[in-house]
Design a protein around this ligand. Sequence first.
Ligand SMILES: [Zn+2]
Length: 478
Amino acid sequence: MEDPAGRVWERARRFPHYRELRAGAVLLSHAHMDHCGYISFLDPAIPVVCTAMTAYLAKAIQDAGAHQFEGEMCYAVPRIAGGDGTIGAAPAKDFPFERRPYRLADALPQDPYDFWNLSPSSERGRHFPASPLRTADEAAGLQVRFLPVDHSIYGAAAVAVRTSAGWVVYTGDLRRHGRHRALTDAFVRQARALGPAALLCEGTNIDRGPGASEEAVFEACLEAVRGAGGELVVADFGPRNVERLLAFLEIARRSGRRLAITDKDAYLLWAMHAVDPTIPTPAGEAALVVYRRALLRPDRWVELVREWFPGQVTAADVHSSPGEYILCFSFFDVTELVDIDPDGGIWIYLDLLVQRAAQRGAAVRAGPPAELAGSLPPAASGPGRGALPLPLLRPHQRARARRADPGGGPGPGHPGPHDPTTAFRRPAARRPCGAHPPRRRTPGVLMGPRRIIHKTAHQDTCMTIRRLTSLFGASPPA
Ligand SMILES: [Zn+2]
């Protein structure tokens, strides 16, 4: 960082917890944000060592991210200090992006760094100084080995470092219930052969017991999609979980649908395909298509996705033929349902429900656990409607739910605490709400969902829907 007045560091040194540490390199196990998110706080000169897939994923995530300081994993917007000691972004036309040196622990990507050197900026003048990638088998003078493991993101690896005390092995995040579990088993054998002096083990979910296997998840979702008939299906799973995305691609093929992915996922697949050509993209896969958002000013990376994959589907396409698609959406895409305006359908909200089913020891295929079964509306008990799908209620079902509960339940934005049977309804009237001041309505902009009424069996989804209902708390009646 340019600091002509020298005041920024002068002030920083006065903080009681200020320490000067020298880091020779960062060993990055995989591209999940809880592992790479705060690389932005490190000196941009410190090299990052990781697999080629992790490097490309990190760049794709940053390119298509929120352009925040916290997300600057691969390249940084240069900052300069003002005369008064404050920090600001350097002028775009004078300062190119500052690239972090990445070293690849496995092999160079298949593409000649095209994606790596692709500038995502729509800001005039801010460009990438082209730089080649190199491989490395050492970091800060120490021998390192990256050992691939099975995890919910591609490119994940454990790391072994040869120190003066012997090999030190760090597992990174790993699992044995995915489709690539053989990688984890191979890592265990390799780590054992090193006779490590120490093992650093991640253990975020170590007390949760065995999860459902990806095969069981696949079967349950296939059954749910087949049971949806001609209605809309939304598949909601963890971001960048491409293994699940590919599972839904196969489900789409088998159920005669096409998988419609967001532009962000399409950008991600493009990056991954550059490293591993076996990763499909909408360009070479008929059952895979990009959902085109209606954007007033698309970012440059969105424009690139439109160039790469021109045959996209719109909300109107999905509305007229809902049974032709499976939409890969997350909570953040839920507003698209306003444009799609589906007449019923199911929202498959995967991660936590699968986890819970596994915790209960219930086979995922066996349908909802007993305590959830009663809370699902009648539509969910039909053939193929298991524990996983959360139905989007149609108006007549909503009316039926209302008749069953004439008290009306809690008000908008205030569902009962952790009540899995809470019915969420669009506000009947725009009564004032102390916690959420009414939003100003912009003329001509539809702010309220019309038929997006959820009845849900999960507390986390309750929170999601609570946010949604509070967002739309002052929406105009349909
Ligand atoms: Zn992870």
